[in-house]
Design a protein around this ligand. Structure first.
Ligand code: MN
Length: 184
């Protein structure tokens, strides 16, 4: 994922973050067509709208995470949240079979085992939180200031940074994330 530093460097005018892999890199899980729509169309639209909304306001000088933390509920929060969420989302993937992929290792592996019993137990909880989220939204694995891991369900454009948590892994549960490959 992106580091906190990178997110805090993102300021207006926002630009579409480049995918850190090729358009076919995530096949067969996510097709080129899905990435084209999701990244090139949906995320681009959030970026464009966010730029329009912050222009000439006090939010123009803030970084993306600050905007998400401070924006009132409504269009500004929704578009800033979706730019933050999708930046993290697209950054967290690696091509199938690439070095470093597979289940977590090191500190994260130990933390997941400590809080969820096993990686399989964590995966099950993440999946049921995603399936159980009513409507569009996001499910995050997040960490608090004491290092505790938690799974957070957020409706719409929500991100756990608004609760003072650090997002580690995000599932996009909007239908636009998967409908091209998996239908409804
Ligand atoms: Mn999405």
């Amino acid at each position: 994922m992106l580091t906190q530093l990178t997110i805090t460097e993102m300021k207006a005018p926002f630009v579409l973050p480049e995918l850190p892999y090729g358009p076919d890199a995530l096949k067969p899980v996510l097709s080129r067509e899905t990435l084209d729509y999701h990244h090139g169309k949906h995320l681009q639209a959030y970026v464009n709208t966010l730029n329009t909304l912050v222009e000439g306001t006090g939010y123009a000088g803030m970084n993306l995470e600050e905007i998400v933390r401070k924006a009132p509920a409504g269009p500004l929060f929704n578009n800033a949240g979706q730019v933050l969420n999708h930046t993290l989302y697209f950054e967290q993937f690696h091509p199938v079979g690439a070095e470093g992929t597979g289940s977590p290792k090191g500190k994260l592996k130990d933390a997941i085992r400590g809080f969820f019993g096993s990686f399989e137990g964590f995966a099950k909880e993440m999946a049921s939180a995603s399936v159980g989220l009513f409507g569009s939204g996001w499910v995050w694995l997040a960490q608090d200031g004491q290092g505790r891991l938690t799974i957070v369900q957020c409706p719409n454009a929500g991100n756990p940074v608004t609760e003072g948590l650090v997002p580690l892994l995000g599932f996009d549960v909007w239908e636009h994330a998967y409908y091209v490959d998996y239908r409804n």
